[in-house]
Design a protein around this ligand. Structure first.
Ligand SMILES: NC(=O)c1ccc[n+]([C@@H]2O[C@H](COP(=O)([O-])OP(=O)(O)OC[C@H]3O[C@@H](n4cnc5c(N)ncnc54)[C@H](O)[C@@H]3O)[C@@H](O)[C@H]2O)c1
Length: 375
């Protein structure tokens, strides 16, 4: 199979779809790997490193897309890349289609087999290709918030950990999954006063067992959120309902009650965000805007700013699926791996992810009814 890895074009997105260490296993199995010139540069991987492992470096994105049978990326294709996608190509990347109507239409029209990293789901419900980026985004969210609280960034001018005679800053984390857990870990490490909410008591129980009295846990409902939000210095959105648009649970009225110079980092923004006032997606270069005196941070590719760590963590997980697809062919690989099958969002012009179909109000087709396997 010919595997193509284009350079990412999202602003300040320095991750890349494959690292040099994973080229050899693919070429030795008889596959050809095309890497767009300088695609790995932002993650610290030179063209020479890729070449030394057997990859072919090509000059343009156009060449990658026109030759490859499978495109391996990090972020969803942007409108300027739509025209490069070929009919019946396989696309393996993060997609977050629930908020990407135009891209979804393009993938359906071109009968692309699109496999979204974030919806690959194991039988135990875990999301192996979302988890590493969620861990990084969770850790980064607190680091970013601590910076935004500084005076020079129009924050409240408070130190999250407080100091002798001055109480610690308050961090509220909504959602106690991978992002939430890792945000809590860093916030606790910084000495902040940390509260976490979730609708799932087991998730809260886990945090309670791990962090004991260093974290306060609350069931996530409107009553508790209203009370907690008005008093918090940092609010971190970390909710996920896989495939679906994020629920809008932090209402505009709640944001209005927050302190001037408080910070909201809505990590869930890649699925639409949980904050009513988080009405736009910003970039790593220009990550914030202000509303009601509250700093809103809405970057959908937070791990992109620590590209080397993120690329290595991501490809450590993606490559095993890529090797399977390349060796067995996409249909056989899907048939043999129910986790990979859950990753398929579009196939032969049909929308095969229920959450995306519901969110975009497009007809859903069960993948097993098209290619015949038992999910
Ligand atoms: N912005 C970025 O750069 C970036 C990076 C990585 C992940 N993410 C996103 O972060 C979000 C969280 O990812 P994750 O891996 O932590 O997911 P996860 O599945 O591990 O955790 C999500 C948690 O949300 C909880 N939840 C669901 N509905 C809720 C509600 N109404 N109130 C409170 N909690 C609720 C679930 O019970 C679960 O514990 C996802 O949208 C993911 O795509 C964004």
């Amino acid at each position: 199979m010919i595997i193509g890895v284009p350079k990412e074009i999202k602003i300040k997105e320095d991750r890349v779809g494959i690292t040099p260490q994973y080229i050899r296993p693919l070429t030795e199995a008889g596959h050809k790997v095309l890497i767009e010139k300088s695609a790995g540069e932002g993650s610290g991987f030179s063209d020479e490193e890729y070449k030394s492992q057997g990859a072919v470096i090509v000059d343009s994105k156009e060449e990658v897309y026109s030759e490859a049978q499978i495109i391996v990326k990090v972020k969803e294709p942007l409108p300027s890349e739509f025209k490069l996608l070929k009919k019946n190509q396989i696309l393996f990347t993060y997609l977050h289609l629930a908020i990407e109507k135009d891209l979804t239409a393009e993938l359906l029209n071109k009968k692309i087999t699109s496999i979204a990293y974030e919806t690959i789901e194991k039988e135990d419900g875990s999301l192996p290709l979302l988890t590493p980026m969620s861990e990084i985004a969770g850790k980064m969210s607190v680091q970013i918030a601590a910076n935004l609280l500084e005076n020079r960034n129009k924050g409240q001018g408070i130190l999250l950990g407080g100091t002798a005679g001055v109480p610690a800053g308050k961090v509220l984390i909504v959602g106690a999954g991978h992002v939430g857990f890792n945000a809590a870990k860093i916030a606790i490490g910084m000495g902040a006063d940390v509260s976490v909410t979730d609708i799932n008591t087991d998730k809260l129980r886990y945090l309670d067992n791990v962090f004991g009295t260093r974290v306060k846990t609350f069931i996530s409902n409107e009553y508790n959120l209203k009370e907690l939000v008005k008093d918090t210095d940092v609010l971190i959105g970390a909710v996920l309902i896989p495939g679906y648009k994020a629920p809008c649970i932090i209402k505009e009225e709640m944001v209005k009650t927050m302190k001037k110079g408080a910070v909201i980092i809505d990590v869930s923004i890649d699925q639409g965000g949980i904050t009513e006032t988080m009405d736009r997606i910003q970039t790593i270069e220009n990550p914030t805007f202000e509303k009601y005196g509250v700093i809103h941070y809405s970057v959908a590719n937070i791990p992109g700013s620590v590209a080397r760590t993120s690329t290595i963590a991501l490809t450590n997980e993606t490559v095993k699926y890529l090797i399977d697809i390349a060796n067995k062919g996409v249909i056989e690989a899907i048939k043999q791996d129910s986790a990979l099958a859950k990753g398929v969002n579009t196939f032969n012009g049909k929308l095969t992810n229920e959450g995306v179909a519901d969110s975009l109000d497009i007809e859903y087709t069960d993948l097993s009814s098209i290619i015949g396997f038992n999910c």
